[in-house]
Structure formats: C-alpha cells, structure tokens
Write a protein that binds this ligand. Sequence first.
Ligand SMILES: CC(C)(COP(=O)(O)OP(=O)(O)OC[C@H]1O[C@@H](n2cnc3c(N)ncnc32)[C@H](O)[C@@H]1OP(=O)(O)O)[C@@H](O)C(=O)NCCC(=O)NCCS
Length: 174
Amino acid sequence: MPQKEAEDPSSLRISPPLSEDGAAVHDLIAACPPLDTNSLYMNLIQTTHFADTCALAREDGDVIGWVSGHIPPREPDVFFLWQVAVGEKARGKKIPKRLVADIFSREACRNVKYLKTTITPDNEASWGLFRSIARWLGAPLNESEFFDKERHFKGRHDSEILVTIGPFELPASL
Ligand SMILES: CC(C)(COP(=O)(O)OP(=O)(O)OC[C@H]1O[C@@H](n2cnc3c(N)ncnc32)[C@H](O)[C@@H]1OP(=O)(O)O)[C@@H](O)C(=O)NCCC(=O)NCCS
C-alpha cells in the first residue's frame, strides 16, 4: 500500500485545474524541457474536459507543478499519465507524487490498478521519478515498445517507451 505523505507546512496547494489555469499550465510546460509543448487550446481542454484526472500545484498563488493524464477509453483500470512538470525551483520536494496521490484519491480513479506513462530513453529525471513512484505504490515496473522513433515519429522525435506500474491497490486513506 502506498504510504501517506507527510503534512506540508508550506503554502503548497494541490487541486484539480480550472479552465482559467490553462495558460499557466502552458507556460510551466514551456519552462520544463524536454517536455513537448502543445497548443494552449489543448491545455484548455485538459483543464476542462480532463480536470478530474489532472492536478495542479500552487505555491503563493503561482502554478509550480502539473500532472496531466486520463483514463484510456478501452482501459478503465489504467491511469495514463501524459506529462509531469515541476518548476525548477520547486524540484526535489516530491511534488509529483503528491499530485498523483491527489488524482488517485478522486472518484474518477476508483477502478485504477495500473499507472502507465511513456518515457524517452535519455530522460533520467523521468526514469528516476517513475521508479520512485513504483516503489511508493509497491508495484512492479515493466517496459515495452509504444511509439517508435521511425515507425511513429518518422524520425522527428525519440522513441517513447511504455512504462506500466502495477497492479496496485489504491490506499483507503487517499
Ligand atoms: C521529472 C520531474 C517532474 C521530477 O520532479 P522532482 O520534483 O525533482 O521529483 P521528486 O522530488 O518527486 O523526485 C522523484 C524521484 O526522482 C528522482 N529524480 C529527480 N530528478 C532526477 C534526475 N535529474 N536524475 C535522476 N533522478 C532524478 C529523485 O531522486 C527521486 O527519487 P527518490 O524518490 O528515489 O529519491 C522534474 O525534473 C521536471 O519537471 N522535469 C522536466 C519535465 C520532465 O522531464 N517531465 C517528465 C516527462 S513527462
């Protein structure tokens, strides 16, 4: 079972996003290479249609952390985590795990038993983060092919490896 996170004495606040947060999310992602930026319109769709499976961290009113994700239509027991970003100054404080825990605590995730994401081979921060999340969830982490550099990206982007963490049980306390 995942361990409950310690209380945070700072002004950090985690919540689902509002539509008005779309532009700040867009700016945070742009400031967090190597993440791909998407259109602002897409971030607005995330902060409206997908708000139940996305989470935002604010400190002193500023957006400093973001997780976007969704439940794939054909995989109701999967939370697919699309992007995670933490502003440079706020890193190292386990904010990504707290964002994921907040999403997992919601009704939208009641059937979730697996977390899936994709990682490029050279994104060491991302590998470190998801190995840490697997340990936190007490679940195995498996890798498989997903989007290939040549077959899918036509040479324009590194391959994205599918990482599957699970099965795990959502903790009753979340
Ligand atoms: C990836 C990212 C969200 C991690 O944020 P963070 O605040 O440093 O994460 P945490 O403090 O929760 O650290 C989680 C784990 O990842 C590890 N980690 C973090 N940065 C790392 C790095 N550069 N290299 C290796 N491991 C790293 C930590 O050591 C920690 O492991 P531990 O729990 O075993 O101690 C942040 O670096 C970021 O926004 N990067 C740019 C965007 C990106 O690449 N996103 C991921 C792809 S979607």
